[in-house]
Design a protein around this ligand. Structure first.
Ligand code: KG4
Length: 339
């Protein structure tokens, strides 16, 4: 039997719809929101309005690109949270109307679990490059930095997480103080390629277990700029590449140190990375180096599945469909949900 799921993602500033059939991706349509660039961060009210504008055309495009009729859909999966409440409400309300009109079930999806399950999306029917359970997943985005032990597609436990800022936030906030545009992560990534990672030494946290902290690094970066700018007002301009390289290097060291410790303690050799920061070229390279050094089997997502996308929501929905885990019409989004 063919199971065809429409996924809807609207948790932050990307409106996305995707179709997955029996785990194979048929389409993944995304409308980003340029409106936030002028504000240096996502403005929740503007995000909700843009979702409201984009949702119908994006769904229409996803269905057309998949080459299916909407009557072929088995269910609609939507992101219930975590995320911005106004943004989530657009996706949830659309899903209710759409599912009711087609008389098909509705499936709620946890956005964080969806990032992990993106690794199971098949590019075609012969694609067998999926992780084996149990595996560790480093989930790094603008709002999260977590190490997740994935025992099954419906059994995940967070074994470490940030106690303050997320890794993406550290990239974005440090980029902001350097006067770089939002989001800063990709800009730092580009500049770092030309710089010397050892040019400046930045603070690394000393906290127990598998938890992360990035606020000390952010402060040490800020103080470095403040002190050097007193001596040379052109300091940032003249050292942009080295500052970016040092920042990126330190963030990656912090992330990989704890991940290596967790993999060693739990004797797990299968390790994945997910979330927006997994697009970072330095982090991808570090994964490849660790795979070589510690005999890890690594899973790095295609770029399209690093940032928010509905394909991962549809994939999660597919697993839940197999378990007949549907939700009722009174399901409401939550801005905060634990894994
Ligand atoms: O998962 P995501 O799209 O959504 C949120 O959590 O909001 O992650 C966005 C984050 C931002 O902080 C952005 O700067 C970061 O991912 N990011 C990167 C790169 N591409 C996106 N950080 C470092 N290097 C990149 N190439």
């Amino acid at each position: 039997m063919s199971i065809t799921i429409l996924g809807i993602e609207s948790s932050c500033d990307d409106t996305s719809a995707a179709v997955i059939r029996n785990g194979v991706i048929l389409s993944n349509s995304i409308a980003g929101q340029k409106v936030h660039e002028a504000y240096g961060g996502v403005v929740p009210e503007l995000a909700s309005r843009a979702h409201q504008q984009n949702i119908i055309p994006v769904v229409d495009q996803a269905i057309k690109q998949a080459g299916i009729q909407k009557e072929e859909l088995s269910a609609v999966a939507f992101t219930r949270g975590p995320g911005l409440l106004g943004s989530l409400l657009v996706g949830a309300s659309f899903t209710k109307g759409f599912a009711t009109a087609l008389d098909i079930p509705m499936i709620e999806v946890n956005h964080l679990q969806a990032h992990v399950l993106a690794h199971f999306i098949k590019q075609n029917e012969d694609d067998t490059d999926q992780p084996q359970f149990p595996f560790l997943c480093l989930l790094v985005s603008g709002g999260n930095s977590q190490i997740i032990l994935v025992r099954a597609y419906n059994d995940m436990v967070v074994i470490g997480q940030t106690i303050d800022d997320a890794a993406g936030e550290a990239f974005d906030k440090c980029a902001k103080v350097m006067g770089l545009p939002y989001p800063g992560g990709p800009v730092i990534d580009r500049l770092a390629k030309e710089g010397n990672p050892k040019a400046f030494q930045l603070n690394k946290p000393h906290i127990p277990g598998y938890d992360y902290s990035f606020s000390g690094l952010k402060t040490s970066f800020l103080y470095l700029l403040r002190d050097e700018l007193k001596k040379n007002p052109q300091f940032i301009e003249e050292n942009k590449a080295d500052l970016s390289a040092a920042l990126q290097y330190t963030i990656i060291e912090i992330l990989m140190d704890k991940l290596r410790k967790a993999a060693k303690d739990l004797k797990i050799k299968e390790v994945a990375v997910a979330g927006g920061v997994s697009a970072n070229s330095g982090l991808r390279k570090a994964f490849e180096e660790y795979a070589e050094k510690y005999s890890w089997k690594i899973h790095i997502p295609p770029f399209a599945f690093t940032t928010d996308n509905a394909a991962m929501v549809a994939m999660s929905g597919y697993f839940k469909y197999l378990d007949k885990e549907f939700c009722s019409m009174d399901a409401v989004p939550f801005s905060r949900i634990i894994l």
